[in-house]
Design a protein around this ligand. Sequence first.
Ligand SMILES: Nc1ncnc2c1ncn2[C@@H]1O[C@H](COP(=O)(O)OP(=O)(O)OP(=O)(O)O)[C@@H](O)[C@H]1O
Length: 256
Amino acid sequence: MGDVVLQVAGISKRFGGLQALSDVGVTIHRGQVYGLIGPNGAGKTTFFNVITGLYAPDSGSFELAGKPYKPSAVHEVARAGIARTFQNIRLFPDMTALENVMVGRHIRTSSGLFGAMFRTRHFRDEEAAIARRAQELLEYVGIGRYADYRARTLSYGDQRRLEIARAMATDPQLIALDEPAAGMNATEKTQLRELIDRIRNDDRTILLIEHDVKLVMGLCDRVTVLDYGKQIAEGTPAEVQKNEKVIEAYLGTGAH
Ligand SMILES: Nc1ncnc2c1ncn2[C@@H]1O[C@H](COP(=O)(O)OP(=O)(O)OP(=O)(O)O)[C@@H](O)[C@H]1O
């Protein structure tokens, strides 16, 4: 098994009188696809938002690639090495596909504002390298031919791919995908599955929230199941599927 990429423990988060997360922890190894599932309102998005710095947790410890990190601000989390996509696609709709990926890459550059303002040689070289890398990533996710199209003109499935390319542009330790298959048709889901498989085979690490249990079970190495903010099961898909608490949680709410 690969090194530990993300280790979080004891995460709790309360909203007023509602305990959205109680003492949740996960350990994710390099090269794994780790799934987070649970019925509606179980706390999946809250967990994602806590580890990516959108919500401040009430408690919890956080380690990324062996170093403690404090998920207190979104850009700090991105710098620490977690990149994410969103349930509702958040691209720059009027920028091209290539430019959207280049934006992701900019957090790793060194020229800064001075370089950009005076268009220094170093800045220009860096821009050219960023554009090349962005094009490679578009090819990697399968939409290289749309590099010059505005993001909003791409199909839904291709916009999701573009979001993944943008997330990968930061060279993250961990890629967190928030319901990447939402709204996809069967063909798009198959392609998404192949893409996630490919990303894993390239030794990258993925945390996945997904409603489509079939997709999660077929794709993930390990799964955590949340219900009412509590971690009711953790294990391989086969283990989790047999767990009585899990069966009950899903049958109880009618969600699947
Ligand atoms: N910002 C917030 N303020 C108050 N309550 C919140 C907030 N965010 C989430 N909650 C509540 O916390 C609980 C967990 O919600 P969360 O969105 O994390 O669940 P989920 O598992 O992602 O659900 P879904 O599958 O519907 O997306 C819910 O009861 C929700 O209403």
